[in-house]
Unconditional design. Structure first.
Length: 87
């Protein structure tokens, strides 16, 4: 699932059981899987935290217009390093 600017979801692929485990392929693969999946999950968690904080600030009326929007956009870009944004 990819999310648009307004957090509207776009389904790109349906996977009934996405594998985010790093220890299910044997010890010899664990370090490789951790090096691939770990940063992905860390960035997604950081981005999600930024989005939640942004939404809470907006709902609470703490934002002050376009300058805050720009600051939040920067925080989101920093959270998702090396990602391509298509929307």
């Amino acid at each position: 699932v990819m999310f648009g600017e307004g957090l509207e979801p776009f389904v790109l692929e349906v996977n009934a059981g996405p594998n985010i485990a790093v220890d299910d392929r044997g010890e010899e693969s664990s370090s490789l899987l951790a090096s691939l999946k770990g940063p992905l999950l860390q960035q997604l968690a950081k981005w999600a935290a930024v989005r939640v904080a942004r939404n809470r600030a907006t709902e609470a009326g703490i934002t002050s217009g376009n300058s805050d929007k720009g600051e939040w956009d920067v925080k989101e870009r920093e959270a998702l390093q090396n990602w391509t944004r298509v929307l």
